[in-house]
Design a protein around this ligand. Structure first.
Ligand code: PMP
Ligand code: GLU
Length: 397
C-alpha cells in the first residue's frame, strides 16, 4: 500500500535527470557512456566567483538570509536587468530561489488556481507541465515542429486563449530546441497578449547568454504587456553554476510578494554562500560568459554538421542554448535483434544500451518524434558520440 498523495503520484519524474541518472549508473558499472542527456555547462565556475564564495564563508555568511535573498544581490540583479536588458526593476520585485526551477514553480503556484489554463508552446522544457499539474491547473500545449523552426505564431497563440487562460510560459532561447524568438516575433506575440490583460506572462530566460544571433530580446521590453511579465533567470547556465542552485524572478510587486510568502513557508531564502557567489558573478568580469558562449557556438556548428550526415534525422540550426533536437520518426517501426523501436523513448534507450550514448526522447518535451542531444560537452565527446549514434542506427532495419 502506498500513502503517496494523488498530487505527487500523478507527477512524472524529470526525464532529463532520469536519463542522466541512468547514464551515471552505467558509467559506475564501468561502461564508457557519453552523456548528452542532461543540459548543463561542462565548464568549471570562474575563479573570482569561487573566491567570493570562500570569502563569504570566512565572513560568516552562515545565517538565514532574507527570504527573497540579500538586498545586495537583488540590487546587483536590478543593475544587470538595467544594463543588459534595458529594464527597470526595484529590489522588492526580485525573489531569489534555489535555482530557476524553483522560480518557475513559485510563479506557477502563485498564479494558477485549480482548473486554470496555462499555455505552453511546445517543444517545451519537461518541468513546466508538471509544475502546472502541481498547481492543479491544465496545460494547453501549442505544438510546433521543425518546419516552423519550433516557433509559435501569433495566430496559434490567439487560438489557444480561452476565458480560463491564466498564464503563458515562454522560453527563448528554448530548451529543448535552441530556437530564439526575434524581436519582431516577440512583438507580434506581445500584441496578441495585449488584448488579454489578465494573462500573466512567464518568460524563462535562463539561456539568455547562450545566444548565437546577437542580442537577447525579452518580451518584457514591450510596454503593452510589461506590467505582467515575470522574467525568470539565474546563474546556472550563463556562469556554469548549476550545482550552486541560485535562480531568481523579476515580477510585478504583488507577485514577488506572493512568491516570498510561499517561499517563507516552504524553503526560506536560498543558500547564503551561493547568493554571495551569484552577486560576484553579476558584478564581475563577463569574459567567462563570452568564452563559454563561443565554445558552445563552435560545438553547435560541429554537432549540426555531424547529425546532418546521419540518415533519417532531420535537423535545423539552433540559434541558442546548447541542445540539438533532430526529428527521428524515420526509425519508428525499425528493429534490431528482435527489438522494435516504437517511440523516441525506445530510440533513446536503444542508443544508450547499444551505442552507449545518453540522450532524451522527445515525449517528455511534448514532441514525441524528436530526440534531444545536449552538446554542452567537449568536441571529442561530440565527435565520438555522433560516430556511435550513426553506427548504432545503421543496424536498425
Ligand atoms: N528553465 C529551463 C528552460 C531549463 O532548461 C532549466 C534547466 N536547468 C531551468 C529552467 C532550471 O535551471 P536551474 O538549474 O537554475 O534550476
Ligand atoms: N534544464 C536541464 C535539462 O533540461 C537540467 C535538468 C533539469 O533540471 O531538467 O537538461
Amino acid at each position: 500500500m502506498s500513502q503517496i498523495s494523488a498530487r505527487i503520484a500523478s507527477l512524472a519524474e524529470s526525464e532529463t535527470l532520469a536519463m542522466s541518472q541512468k547514464s551515471n549508473e552505467l558509467k559506475a558499472r564501468g561502461i564508457d557512456v557519453i552523456n548528452l542527456s542532461v543540459g548543463e555547462p561542462d565548464f568549471f565556475t570562474s575563479g573570482h566567483i569561487k573566491a567570493a564564495a570562500r570569502q563569504a564563508i570566512d565572513d560568516n555568511y552562515s545565517f538565514y538570509s532574507p527570504v527573497p535573498g540579500y538586498l545586495s544581490l537583488r540590487q546587483a540583479i536590478c543593475k544587470k536587468l538595467e544594463t543588459e536588458n534595458g529594464l527597470e526593476f526595484s529590489p522588492d520585485q526580485i525573489v531569489c530561489s534555489n535555482g530557476a526551477k524553483q522560480s518557475v514553480c513559485n510563479a506557477v503556484l502563485c498564479v494558477v488556481d485549480p482548473g486554470d489554463e496555462v499555455i505552453i508552446p511546445a517543444p517545451c522544457w519537461v518541468s513546466y507541465m508538471e509544475m502546472v499539474k502541481l498547481a492543479e491547473g491544465k496545460s494547453v500545449i501549442v505544438r510546433t515542429g521543425i518546419e516552423q523552426n519550433f516557433k509559435m505564431t501569433p495566430a496559434r497563440l490567439e487560438a489557444a486563449i480561452t476565458p480560463k487562460t491564466k498564464a503563458i510560459i515562454l522560453c527563448s532561447p528554448s530548451n529543448p530546441t535552441g530556437s530564439i524568438y526575434s524581436q519582431p516575433e516577440l512583438k507580434a506575440l506581445a500584441d496578441v497578449l495585449a488584448g488579454y490583460p489578465d494573462i500573466v506572462i512567464l518568460s524563462d530566460e535562463i539561456y539568455e547568454h547562450i545566444n548565437y544571433t546577437g542580442k537577447h530580446e525579452s518580451i518584457a521590453r514591450f510596454e503593452n504587456v510589461r506590467d505582467r511579465v515575470v522574467i525568470i533567470n539565474g546563474v546556472s547556465k550563463a556562469y556554469a553554476m548549476t550545482g550552486w542552485r541560485l535562480g531568481w524572478l523579476a515580477a510585478p510587486k504583488w507577485l514577488a510578494a506572493a512568491c516570498t510568502k510561499l517561499q517563507s513557508q516552504y524553503s526560506s531564502g536560498p543558500s547564503s554562500i551561493a547568493q554571495k557567489a551569484a552577486e560576484a558573478a553579476y558584478q564581475g568580469d563577463r569574459q567567462c560568459v563570452e568564452d563559454m558562449r563561443l565554445a558552445f557556438q563552435r560545438r553547435r556548428d560541429l554537432i549540426v554538421e555531424l547529425v546532418s550526415a546521419i540518415a533519417g534525422f532531420k535537423v535545423n540550426k539552433p540559434e541558442g542554448a546548447f541542445y540539438l533536437f533532430p526529428e527521428c520518426s524515420y526509425y519508428f517501426g525499425k528493429s534490431y535483434n528482435g527489438k522494435t523501436i516504437h517511440t523516441s523513448a525506445d530510440l533513446a534507450m536503444f542508443l544508450l544500451e547499444e551505442g552507449h550514448v545518453a540522450c532524451v526522447g522527445g515525449l517528455a518535451f511534448e514532441a514525441p518524434e524528436y530526440l534531444r542531444f545536449s552538446y554542452a560537452t567537449s568536441d571529442e565527446n561530440i565527435i565520438e558520440a555522433m560516430r556511435r549514434v550513426k553506427e548504432t542506427l545503421a543496424v536498425l532495419k
